[in-house]
Design a protein around this ligand. Structure first.
Ligand SMILES: [Fe+2]
Length: 407
């Protein structure tokens, strides 16, 4: 009898060993969000003033920051990811109050069982104009220094090197290597830079991962690969070739970034940089990255679901973003009233499609639209030049990506 029990235990042990051998990796799911640009409502008691400022902006709908965070929290509960990765531009413009409120919200996410890992963006530390909107006036509020940032987000980053760079352990065999390339030592700059210090730290980190058979996904605020030819110098980090070379040498297949505010996936020589659309603009993107036990990685860009938002919110937010583009253009259009309305509407639709990652140059309807012909007569306009650049770029699938991570 004892022998039967012992052989049964032996068979079970062998079965477990086989399972371990077949399942080379643990399965993981990451949720990614970028460019929240949160402004704590206590900083805009004059809501009308703030809304007017946003109307002259780039589509952010930050006056509804609370509603957006509440919907994101519901998404997190529904998805139950192994971690929430936040790739910078946490706040509207670096206000200390916004940071502390956001850190408190991250605390509620962690209390729900989901670890949160953050890096700063160019709007977070030592910013020159962290404003509040009070009684008809813009007023400067307290910014954060790197030291204050470290203190506020102590639970959501690890003591690192090269700025706030560190390896976030997601599972026993997966790290997200958070690489802080933002430039804020004296005063925040728009650009990002991968310096020799970053290179030394990253190579050491990637070597450690390789030795321990740990898979790596990297994360930055600025782009690692070229995405678009317009305004590239402020989006693509300086030294990007160095970081990309290291990533390729150590088998990294995917970098998660933000900053562009455009949902766009760039690919070059086996390496992908998935720039996540800004959370603060329609359609309020987040991404899910799933890693299978066979080494497959899947990236899917999603948008906040209607069921987690106030009724009609997504449609209202789409119209807000479209309206900003229309209003900016209408003042400078030279045609008749009817023509101008067609052109402004076309530009707004084009912008929505491009920013949400759904524009495809193969879609013949864009050039067949009568408004396209009207724009063609206005080739000196900055919108035409922007549209021509975009239309001449290759477009792939900007929402979905699959690759296999090496052993
Ligand atoms: Fe941003």
């Amino acid at each position: 009898m004892k022998r039967h029990i012992r052989s049964g235990i032996m068979a079970l042990w062998l079965a477990i060993c086989c399972m371990v051998t077949v399942s080379a990796f643990s399965e993981s799911k990451l949720m990614v969000v970028s460019d929240l640009h949160y402004l704590d409502p206590s900083l805009f008691p004059d809501r009308d003033l703030f809304v007017r400022a946003l109307q002259g902006g780039d589509g952010k709908i930050t006056q509804y920051g609370k509603e957006l965070l509440s919907a994101l929290y519901q998404e997190i509960l529904a998805e139950q990811p192994d971690a929430l990765i936040v790739t910078g531009d946490l706040t509207f413009n670096g206000e200390k109050k916004s940071h502390t409120a956001l850190a408190e919200w991250f605390g509620t996410v962690e209390a729900a069982g989901v670890p949160v890992w953050v890096i700063p963006g160019n709007h977070d530390i030592n910013t020159p104009s962290p404003l509040s909107f009070t009684s008809g006036n813009y007023q400067l509020t307290e910014p954060v220094t790197p030291e204050a940032f470290a203190e506020i987000y102590a639970d959501f980053l690890m003591p690192g090197e090269a700025g706030f760079s560190y390896a976030a352990g997601i599972s026993s065999d997966l790290w997200v290597v958070m690489t802080d390339v933002s430039w804020y030592q004296d005063q925040a700059q728009t650009f990002g830079a991968f310096t020799d210090g970053h290179a030394e730290w990253l190579e050491e980190t990637l070597k450690r991962a390789l030795c321990q058979d740990i898979r790596v996904v990297t994360a930055t605020h600025h782009s690692l690969l070229p995405h678009t030819r317009f305004a590239q110098e402020s989006f693509l980090m300086f030294g990007h070739e160095k970081m990309a070379a290291l990533a390729r040498r150590y088998g990294v297949k995917l970098n998660l970034s933000g900053h562009l505010h455009i949902q766009h996936i760039a690919q070059e020589d086996g390496l992908s940089d998935a720039a996540l659309g800004a959370f603060c603009i329609w359609p309020h993107r987040f991404a899910l990255v799933t890693l299978g036990d066979d080494g497959t990685l899947t990236y899917d860009a999603a948008a906040l679901h209607d069921r987690f938002l106030p009724e009609g919110f997504q449609e209202m937010s789409r119209e807000w973003f479209a309206g900003i583009a229309r209003n900016k253009l209408t003042v400078s259009l030279p045609g008749t009233g009817e023509e101008n309305a067609l052109m402004a509407d076309y530009a707004a639709r084009f912008n929505l499609a491009y920013f949400s990652g759904t524009y495809r140059k193969e879609d013949a309807a864009w050039k067949a639209d009568p408004a396209y012909a009207l724009w063609k007569k206005n080739q000196d306009s900055s919108f035409w030049q922007y549209m021509e650049l975009v239309m001449n770029e290759e477009t792939g699938d900007n929402l979905h990506l699959e690759c296999v991570l090496p052993h």
